[in-house]
Ligand binder design. Structure first.
Ligand code: PEP
Ligand code: MN
Length: 367
């Protein structure tokens, strides 16, 4: 995949060379006091240079707090005037851009739920034409690097060259310790394809809970990401959105002081390779389990069929045939025979057990 992006280096507009850019602020602007209090405390942390706050919130379900709307922009203007921090808000519609520009917001970002939709991204791009306001593009919710790059291209094509990508993790089918699986190989591949594009990491939305933020932030820096966006609230417990993942300004300061900026030689290929391999294993394991579950479902159907037709559960000839056939396939696939036999036996045992359970269903009550 080749790209034709024309990106201004972050050092030329927002970043100090060699130091990660840190954006912090609440998930949502809730009221004037919350915004100002949080901004004042964040301003004391010298690593932070940009204050974020969600004004329009894309909520998964209706009926939840959907953001305070344009009136919150005045609070951000005040916060900026008082603290000197630059401000950043999420925009999803042309009206949001109009309002944000009117209130002198410094940086806009496009959220993960918007980036999935090229129509919305194009509408945003059209509304940005002629501005050259910096735009940060979050990854789409689904792990689709082309879609992410496509959104960046649409913004770049209207003449905006102050662009960064934000890695906030990906929705993942299957259980994971993360709210959004990091799948580091995707931002790493983005870096490889577009070396000039700065990528900052949003550990808050990757983790979903604050106790993991430090380790994911360190990982981001170890992978040579260019900065962090961390949700911070003066009192996270009472936050109206994403309460579990927001940090207090005090904890943010501590974490930022703990993070190590390691000297690197610009070669992240080892980490990158390992991440790619690990993430392939994760995906394969989920597929393996899904296939196993599907097999058990069919076993249950067979169990019911045998019960309804009075056929015995264990059909030795069939089982001997299965073993012979699977061992032959396994040997072609270079799987150890002993391992295969053990695995097939475990699966067979479980299958017999499920069918036995089906045969016994309702029996005790009939007796
Ligand atoms: C946010 O930054 O508060 C947000 C809504 O994030 P995302 O678009 O990554 O879900
Ligand atoms: Mn949030």
């Amino acid at each position: 995949m080749s790209t034709d992006l024309d990106i201004l280096l972050a050092e030329e507009w927002v970043k100090t060379p060699g130091i990660p850019l840190v954006i912090a602020g609440p998930c949502s602007a809730e009221n004037e006091e919350q915004v100002l209090k949080t901004a004042r405390e964040i301003a004391k942390i010298n690593q932070v240079s940009v204050f974020r706050a969600g004004i329009w919130k894309p909520r998964t379900r209706p009926g939840e707090f959907e953001g305070i709307g344009s009136k919150g922009l005045k609070w951000l203007e005040k916060a900026k005037a008082e603290t000197g921090l630059k401000t950043a808000v999420e925009v999803a519609r042309p009206e949001h851009i109009e309002q944000a520009l009117k209130h002198n917001v410094d940086i806009l970002w496009i959220g993960a739920r918007t980036v999935v939709n090229p129509f919305s991204v194009q509408e945003i791009a059209d509304a940005l034409r002629g501005t050259n306001i910096p735009v940060l593009v979050k990854n789409p919710v689904n792990p689709d690097l082309k879609l992410w790059i496509g959104a960046i291209e649409r913004i770049n094509a209207v003449g905006i060259n102050k662009i960064m990508a934000i890695h906030r993790g990906f929705h993942y089918f299957g259980s994971s310790e993360f709210r959004n699986a990091p799948m580091w190989e995707i931002p790493i591949e983005l870096k490889r394809l577009v070396p000039d594009l700065p990528i900052i990491v949003d550990p808050s939305h990757i983790c979903g809970k604050r106790d993991m933020i430090e380790s994911v932030s360190q990982k981001a820096l170890d992978l040579e990401m260019d900065g962090l966006m961390i949700e911070t609230h003066h009192n996270p417990e009472i936050a109206l959105t994403d309460a579990a993942q927001q940090l207090s300004p005090g904890s943010l300061g501590k974490i930022l002081n703990t993070l190590k900026i390691r000297e690197t030689d610009g070669d992240i290929s080892f980490e990158s390779k390992l991440e790619t391999l690990r993430s392939e294993i994760d995906k394969l394991d989920v597929e393996l389990l899904q296939i196993l579950a599907k097999r058990m479902e069919i076993i249950d159907d067979i169990g019911h069929y045998k019960k309804d037709n009075d056929i015995t559960i264990l059909q030795m000839k069939r089982w001997a045939g299965i073993i012979e056939d699977r061992l032959a396939i396994g040997s072609q696939l270079k799987l150890e025979e002993e391992f295969l036999k053990r695995m097939l036996n475990i699966i067979h045992k479980e299958s017999i057990q499920r069918q036995t359970d089906i045969f016994n269903e309702g029996q005790s009550s009939e007796e």
